[in-house]
Design a protein around this ligand. Structure first.
Ligand code: FE
Length: 279
């Protein structure tokens, strides 16, 4: 077994998205596609009730991607052009496959304690599935399994850990997506399929990842040069771990759309204008 090595430690940038929502963005869709099969990772964290009325993400389109919203505190009210409507609460996950087209609204709401805390990950779709029918999976906190291993308490959102499988299924990239809480003075080994892109978002505490010290809040990118990730922590650490096989296809990102060519982006815009985006 060989540890994957760190390629980059990214300090998330504060950006404003939607109707004035302040986010920490680790990376966004870019033609260089260096996080393949992942496209974007945003962290929304508000804890100041004096900020005034909360804005969100009013109706907007997506094509060619899957978005994963995972909440730790507060909630997001959601509705979409498929007729779905619901609330993503603390510990819940929503996995939305935009496929050929979806329109949706995402509106964050504070918890009783005044907080909103969660993550949105965008995962690419392979060319053959970019125009597939849209769908969405909403998973309540109680159906996300917790695996206890080597001092780690792991919420398994997607993928497999030992004999346990996460509840989110039929995702094109078949990613591993974990919320890992490592107890103080522990060492955790996570097996990684060879060739997979691995990204770790450290959001509480600090630890040593493959021998390098990382403090929160940082996004860590790894080389695909091993078959395990080793994490040690003296004080305890909590992080999101995502791993997936790259599609190795060119991408053409444009706002909420990620296609493979600029002609497909032009078609997407033409479909929106002509009313053929959502059928
Ligand atoms: Fe969206």
């Amino acid at each position: 077994m060989k540890n994957i090595t760190i390629s980059q430690i990214i300090e998330p940038k504060l950006v404003i998205e939607g109707a004035g929502v302040l986010l920490r963005r680790s990376f966004g869709p870019h033609v260089s596609n260096q996080h393949d099969p992942f496209l974007l990772f945003d962290h929304f964290a508000f804890n100041n009730p004096m900020e005034g009325p909360l804005r969100g993400f009013p109706m907007h389109p997506h094509r060619g991607i899957e978005t994963v919203t995972y909440m730790l505190d507060g909630e997001v009210s959601h509705r979409d052009s498929l007729g779905n409507a619901g609330t993503i609460g603390a510990g819940d996950v929503q996995w939305m496959t935009s496929g050929r087209g979806i329109l949706h609204e995402e509106m964050p709401r504070r918890s009783a304690g005044g907080n909103i805390y969660g993550f949105q990950l965008w995962v690419n779709l392979p060319a053959a599935q970019k125009m597939s029918p849209p769908r969405y999976q909403e998973i309540k906190s109680s159906s996300i399994p917790i695996v206890e291993k080597d001092g780690a308490s792991i919420r398994l959102v997607a993928g497999k850990m030992d004999a346990t499988s996460g509840p989110v299924t039929e995702i094109a990239a078949a990613p591993l997506y974990l919320d890992v809480k490592l107890a103080p003075a522990s060492r955790f080994i996570c097996p990684i399929p060879s060739g997979h892109a691995v990204r770790v978002y450290v959001f509480e505490g600090a630890g040593e990842f493959s021998g390098e010290a990382v403090e929160s809040i940082r996004m860590v990118t790894f080389n695909a040069d091993g078959d395990q990730l080793e994490v040690k922590s003296e004080a305890g650490v909590r992080f999101m771990l995502m791993a997936g096989a790259p599609f190795k296809e060119p991408i053409a990102p444009y706002g909420p759309f990620v296609m493979n060519t600029t002609a497909e982006i032009q078609q997407t815009i033409a479909d929106l204008r002509s009313g053929n985006f959502v059928k």
